[in-house]
Write a protein that binds this ligand. Structure first.
Ligand SMILES: [Zn+2]
Length: 431
């Protein structure tokens, strides 16, 4: 399962540039746009210092009220930010109070900060149930688990052309609690936030806090943290061993794999699946590292986290098919399963999804995803055949990641055509 984060920039309009940061919550959650991070840092370093404003995100986790008491502070030496529009549903965001004025229109909150800066305070209700009544965010007397994407709402900002933000995050919790985020760990610490090459950064990804069991490892220059509430049942050492073993194949496919990865889990009664986020993912402790059909829920979510691919208008089958295909293929490449067992897995997926057509969908699950994984395998074979072995599905994935755009069915077809020069038979029956 996945969650997707999409960051969208619009072109300048006269002296004002409108910057939009949009979070899409489809069936699941997430993926991150991490490519271009180095170039973004360079671009920001080169930014005109007079056009840099500071965004300071802060929150204190409060188990007594079940809320996070949060603030978003803007610091600017002149009016660089004209307005910021947040999406803040009333059932989750309470007591919204700026120093200056705001306009509230349904779930939309338009904040017009003061000339030299301003602070918006609000309270965020942490507990949240998904449509199947299972929780994907929770706070108890001893721990909390939630996404920064939700704690700090998605926003659209109007800023002076060329202005860029410098963003920091600080989290606090009861004194005996520890805190882990995709940016590092520690209560009261100031984390620098630079998720993407976009100018308007906001904190994203999973955070976990409380009395935690935390295990850390380094592999191929990547710092991996596995954290869960004490007694949650998550086999953190198994997760780390699995990642040490599969990480080289993942990094080979995605050289821009982030330097930090956070894997979190919660209580048994929470969402019984995986949910990806920026630099992080949630995995229920009951989910196996490798399923009975040999696909890997952990590698599936990692594909979402590291690829940053996201889709729109019915193209979710592509993203889910790729994640499922690579959850098997990365296992093969890291010698986790033999080619014979790898082939058997696809045979099983073919039998299971035999009566399932390839259709446009914004929410691909189960048999639809199995069918899509088979299509990706056929597509890999065709690309190799059409290009005389010079390209493969990896080439296509690199191309899609580099494009850094919401994937559509037509853009996917166009990317395939770009590589092979011909319409592909494997997706002939697909949208
Ligand atoms: Zn998925």
């Amino acid at each position: 399962m996945n969650t997707r984060l999409a960051l969208i920039m619009r072109t300048p309009i006269s002296s004002i540039v409108r910057k939009q940061l949009r979070t899409l919550f489809g069936a699941f959650i997430c993926a991150t746009i991490l490519t271009g991070y180095a170039s973004s840092a360079t671009a920001k370093n080169d930014a005109d210092a007079t056009k840099v404003y500071q965004m300071v995100y802060s929150a204190t986790l409060d188990p007594m009220t079940g809320q996070a008491h949060a603030s978003v502070a803007l610091k600017q030496h002149r009016q660089l930010v004209r307005s910021i529009e947040f999406v803040m549903p009333k059932d989750r965001y309470l007591n919204i109070r700026p120093i200056s004025r705001i306009e509230i229109n349904g779930d939309r909150v338009i904040w017009k900060p003061l000339k030299k800066g301003d602070t918006l305070h609000f309270d965020f209700v942490i507990d949240h149930q998904r449509s199947n009544q299972k929780m994907d965010a929770r706070i108890t007397t001893t721990w909390a688990l939630l996404k920064l994407d939700h704690l700090f709402p998605s926003a659209t900002s109007r800023v002076v052309k060329g202005a860029t933000s410098k963003t920091t995050l600080t989290l606090n919790a009861p004194t005996q609690w520890s805190i882990e985020t995709p940016y590092g760990g520690g209560a009261g610490r100031i984390f620098e936030v630079d998720n993407t090459h976009r100018n308007f950064d906001a904190p994203r990804g999973w955070i976990i806090a409380g009395e935690l069991g935390v295990r850390r490892e380094n592999k191929d220059g990547r710092h991996i943290t596995v954290a869960a509430p004490l007694g949650s049942g998550l086999q953190a050492n198994d997760v780390l061993a699995f990642l040490r073993w599969t990480m080289p194949s993942l990094v080979e496919l995605f050289p821009n794999t982030p330097q930090r990865l956070l894997i979190v889990s919660g209580s048994q009664d929470m969402w019984r699946g995986g949910l990806s986020g920026v630099g992080s993912l949630y995995l229920h402790s009951d989910r196996p590292l490798i399923s009975g059909n040999r696909t890997s829920p952990l590698l599936h979510e990692l594909f979402h986290v590291v690829s940053g691919l996201h889709s729109k208008v019915g193209a979710d089958w592509i993203i889910e098919g790729l994640a499922e295909y690579y959850s098997l293929t990365l296992l093969l490449r890291s010698d986790g399963i033999s080619k014979v067992r790898y082939n058997q897995s696809f045979e099983w997926l073919a039998q299971w999804s035999a009566d399932t057509p390839c259709i446009a969908t914004d929410r691909s699950t189960g048999k639809q995803t199995a069918r899509s994984a088979l299509i990706m395998r056929a597509l890999d074979a065709e690309i190799r055949s059409e290009t005389g072995g010079k390209a493969s599905l990896d080439t296509l994935v690199h191309k899609l990641v580099q494009a850094n755009e919401d994937l559509t069915n037509s853009s996917f077809r166009a990317a395939v055509m770009d590589i092979t020069g011909a319409p592909m038979r494997a997706i002939a029956s697909c949208p």
